[in-house]
Ligand binder design. Structure first.
Ligand code: 5RP
Length: 230
């Protein structure tokens, strides 16, 4: 079975948790896109839900699939957010932001009663860090922000190359919020909550891709079938 089929299976399993009347956070990325497409099929068959997209790309997908949308200004909470991840550890700590939507993804996840992470098994790791950690930054004063990030890394016992993310056209990648992303190749993050706390104190850091204590469960699809970790 190819990776895309596994992603769709994970999305289908998460869809089983969705009930009529729910308010849903809609994640970003190739796995979340499967969820939005499958949700759209159910909506067209009569399911009544409303969604908050975590990116302009997901807004476009959801609109194309007929999923009604709202904002966090119009509703006061979300029942479930379903989103992908770049890495998931046994504590359900995540690295997210490979698709550049980490800021809205974290805002939406934090406003949700439950966050279900959907992924193929390749995202499951014992220790976070092999996937470069995305840190969303303000372009102003980037040199100072980078030095502060390096200091935070040193305090937390990690180090590695940092690079400003580029888009496919070679220009700097700009997030939906108008910020830049620095990707840090750390290899092994021994203390994800500690690093998350240290990065959060830096003024030029808008948000980082460590999602700590946000995921309630992970649905992992692999060759052997589906595993749900809670
Ligand atoms: C986007 C994300 C994605 O959820 C993450 O990159 C996983 O994407 P995919 O499902 O395409 O592997 O965090 O910001």
């Amino acid at each position: 079975m190819d990776m895309d089929q596994l992603k769709r299976q994970a999305a289908a399993r998460a869809l089983e948790e969705v009930r009529d009347g729910m308010q849903l956070g809609l994640g970003t990325g190739s796995t979340a896109k499967h969820f939005v497409e499958l949700l759209g099929e159910r909506v067209r068959a009569g399911l009544k839900v409303i969604g908050v997209p975590t990116s302009e790309a997901t807004r476009a997908d959801a609109t194309r699939c007929g999923v009604p949308l709202t904002t966090l200004d119009e509703i006061d909470h979300l029942d479930i957010t379903v989103d992908g991840a770049d890495e998931i550890d046994p504590e359900l700590n995540l690295i997210k932001g490979g698709g550049g939507a980490l800021l809205r993804e974290k805002i939406v996840a934090a406003a949700s009663d439950r966050m279900i992470v959907i992924a193929d098994e390749s995202k499951w790791v014992q220790t976070l860090g092999r996937f470069p950690l995305p840190v969303e930054v303000i372009p102003f004063g980037l040199g100072a922000t980078r030095r502060a990030i390096e200091k935070a890394f040193a305090q937390c016992g990690v180090s590695g190359q940092m690079a400003v993310r580029k888009a496919k056209d070679g220009h700097v990648f700009v997030t939906d919020g108008g910020h830049w992303i620095v990707d840090a190749q750390l290899e092994r993050i021994a203390d994800p909550p500690g690093l998350a706390g240290a990065l959060s104190t830096i003024p030029g850091v808008v948000e980082h891709g460590l999602f700590i204590g946000l995921a309630s469960s992970a649905v992992l699809a692999g060759g052997e079938g589906i595993r749900v970790i809670e």
